[in-house]
Design a protein around this ligand. Structure first.
Ligand code: MRU
Length: 346
């Protein structure tokens, strides 16, 4: 199979090109996103997903949209760009990378008319992507110091190259380890209801030649008891200043189970996902999605009656005390995170 890419700015710089992840693993199809509605829809529907990838898409997206703004004058240009930024941010509330990227693009444009803003915006979105790449590589290096050849690793959701630009966060250590000759045994839980573990993580690791076994979410506890799991690896969508971590729904159950079994639970976190303005997990807005994702989306026939109520939070918050370590690009932080994250990032 040709090397696939998650997203990029098109050669003519007029569109964000993304791999449509809703079609994986059955179809490889790329989309060209050229306007605000298409960008909004692609993020909302998880065609492009994963906190770092959403941030990069928003950065490139703001540059693409800025080129189409009809006003040259700085006040009107900035107002229009801010409105577009607000619109993109409203597509998904939990991953902080989205608003971080939009805010960075707006600061780059501030005080400039369209003509002088465009090159600055291009530089900034390129920087957002390059930084992500470098952070993922550094996180992966740091992660490798925590595991050894032959370890069994449980993953939840997808925190690989499909969720970032390269390597990813939670899967980066496994991908880098493979390049360095490590043989990990990865258990990818399916991650109900949108099945990122089944559709994306097992696909990504399988194609990287890593030993991966797909399990149901509810098999994880048994595997822990059987001694098959030496560590749990997850990504994150927003880490509060005290270390409470929002990530895909079900992450907290993995952490509680890991604690019970004495297995380390690691969160892989680029600094772009830390929200120092958010004191604790209680303040994180959790995205709620349609019940159809639970009842019908991946089934030939509905698995519950139409009239049955559903509650479908897309993320949960894992309490800081349950997290063995947070692995960042600068190093490894340990509990209490309020101090260790602050010391690491000043
Ligand atoms: O709803 P998704 O698929 O965007 O959720 C993604 C996750 O929860 C990932 O684990 C997280 O964004 C980290 S990605 C490096």
């Amino acid at each position: 199979m040709d090397k696939i890419f998650t997203l990029r700015l098109s050669d003519d710089r007029a569109a964000v090109e993304i791999l449509d992840q809703t079609l994986l693993p059955n179809e490889i199809k790329y989309l060209r996103l050229e306007d605000a509605q298409a960008l909004f829809e692609a993020i909302k529907e998880l065609r492009v997903r994963g906190a770092p990838a959403i941030g990069i898409a928003a950065g490139y997206g703001m540059y693409v949209l800025a080129q189409k703004i009809a006003f040259e004058e700085r006040g009107k240009f900035y107002k229009e760009l801010s409105g577009l930024g607000e619109y993109l941010i409203s597509s998904r509330p939990t991953a902080v990378n989205l608003s971080h990227a939009v805010e960075r693009m707006l600061s780059a444009a501030k005080g400039h008319g369209k003509k002088s803003a465009l090159p600055l915006l291009f530089e900034e979105c390129t920087r957002i992507c390059d930084e992500d790449r470098a952070m993922c590589k550094a996180i992966s290096e740091n992660g490798l110091t925590l595991v050894k050849d032959g370890d069994g690793i449980l993953t939840h959701c997808n925190a690989g190259a499909l969720a970032a630009y390269e390597y990813g966060t939670g899967l980066g250590t496994l991908l880098l380890g493979k390049e360095r000759g490590y043989n990990f045994h990865v258990f990818s839980d399916e991650t109900r209801p949108l099945l990122q573990g089944a559709r994306l993580t097992s696909f990504e690791l399988n194609h990287a030649g890593i030993d991966v076994t797909l399990i149901c979410d509810n098999a994880a506890s048994m595997l822990m008891k059987q001694g098959k799991i030496q560590a749990c690896f997850v990504g994150c969508d927003r880490v509060a200043a005290n270390g409470d971590t929002a990530n895909k729904i079900g992450t907290r159950s993995v952490a509680v189970n890991a604690k019970y079994h004495g297995i380390p639970f690691y969160v892989f976190c680029p600094s772009s996902t830390i929200d120092f303005n958010c004191e604790s997990g209680d303040k994180i807005v959790i995205e709620e999605r349609s019940g159809e994702e639970i009842k019908t989306k991946f089934f030939e026939k509905p698995i519950a009656e139409d009239s049955v109520k559903c509650y479908n939070p897309a993320f949960d918050v894992t309490d800081a005390e349950l997290i063995t370590a947070i692995i960042t690009e600068r190093g490894i932080c340990r509990y209490p995170y309020k101090e260790s994250l602050k010391n690491m990032f000043g």
